[in-house]
Design a protein around this ligand. Structure first.
Ligand code: PMV
Length: 329
């Protein structure tokens, strides 16, 4: 059977950085995020009597490591469903991959939702989140819409480590995440190797772990109360703490480029001047700026006036992953 799903990417408000189990993709800390309406992956999966597994991205066949990761993920689904057939997968992103815009999150969420359906599995939201997590940790959050918490869980089998909605997309529709693109280039250190290096070599990492839970509670409270000051200031501080641990690994991982730092300083200055906005960054040089709808136009204009900014893309809280009828092949 053939099935197609769309999953939106998400940006963490409090970050996931560090695994306690690499195979099961279990985190050392919980995280929270907003699902983005602006960025998504569409994926079609078909199991059948094909000669070999095939993975096509934007019309081009992909081989090597990215394809292997996709087939490995589909093996989990084949095992669960008890099928041995080969698979054909086609996928499209409406944004550049691997530049810190969470393509793995939307990618593995879309692959899991489409793959499970194509294999005849009827999985609930929690099971789909757990399955997506096995492909990429942050994908566990992209199965849900709006504002999401990924609970780190305690169990070794990962059955208590999944995404849960904090608030639906329509709860706080004024919240904006402005993805500020400074380069479309692929990131230099993948999040997987960056996390492993941080856990192994960073002397600051225990400090990170000891402060994350309080940030998660603050962000959840801020979302419930629709308090941008609380959500934004907590998210900003949390991102800086994560980047401090990245920078203090051996060898160092510095995702920032001059344009990223320029945006950080600009956001802090605008805030001092009374324009309320906050920044966050992931495993790449692009910066995401949080603000409310009423300030969106001004924030976007100011960002686009900065020298190093290539373009901006504004997102509201976006929908959950879903099956769609229009297939890619
Ligand atoms: O799930 P991954 O491997 O894409 O890792 C995500 C890591 C960060 O984007 C830096 C943080 C996060 O929680 O999304």
């Amino acid at each position: 059977m053939k099935a197609t799903a769309i999953a939106n990417s998400n940006i963490a408000l409090t970050k996931y950085w560090g695994k306690r189990d690499k195979k099961m993709m279990l985190p050392l800390n919980g995280s929270t995020s907003m699902t983005l309406d602006g960025f998504f992956t569409k994926t079609t999966v078909e199991f059948g009597d094909f000669e070999k597994d095939v993975f096509i991205v934007s019309g081009e066949e992909v081989e090597g490591r990215p394809a292997e990761k996709v087939y490995k993920h589909l093996n989990l689904i084949r095992e669960k469903a008890g099928i041995k057939q080969k698979v054909k997968v086609a996928s499209e992103n409406n944004f550049p991959t691997a530049a810190g815009l969470a393509s793995s999150a939307s990618g593995f969420a879309a692959l899991s939702v489409a793959g499970a359906k194509a294999a005849g599995l009827e999985l609930n939201e929690q099971e789909l989140s757990i399955l997506s997590r096995r492909g990429s940790g942050s994908a566990s959050r992209s199965v849900l819409g709006g504002f999401v918490e990924w609970k780190k869980g305690e169990k070794e089998d990962g059955s208590d480590s999944y995404g849960e909605q904090i608030a639906a997309p329509g709860y706080w529709p004024e919240f904006r995440m402005v993805a500020t693109i400074v380069t479309e280039a692929q990131k230099r250190v993948s999040s997987t190797s960056g996390m492993a290096q941080t856990v192994e070599t960073c002397p600051l990492y225990p400090g990170w772990l000891s402060s994350v839970e309080a940030d998660i509670e603050a962000v959840k409270k801020g979302i419930k109360e629709k308090d941008l000051t609380l959500v934004g200031s907590t998210a900003e501080h949390n991102a800086l703490k994560m980047h401090a641990t990245m920078i203090a690994t051996n060898p160092p991982i510095i995702y920032w480029i001059p344009a990223s730092v320029e945006i950080i300083h600009a956001v802090m200055t605008w805030r001092e001047e009374g324009l309320e906005c906050y920044f966050t960054m992931d495993a790449g040089p692009n910066v995401k700026v949080m603000c409310l709808e009423k300030d969106q136009e001004e924030v976007v204009k100011k960002l686009e006036d900065l020298g190093g900014v290539v373009r901006t893309e504004v997102s509201k809280p976006g929908p959950a992953a879903r099956l769609v009828k229009e297939h890619l092949f």
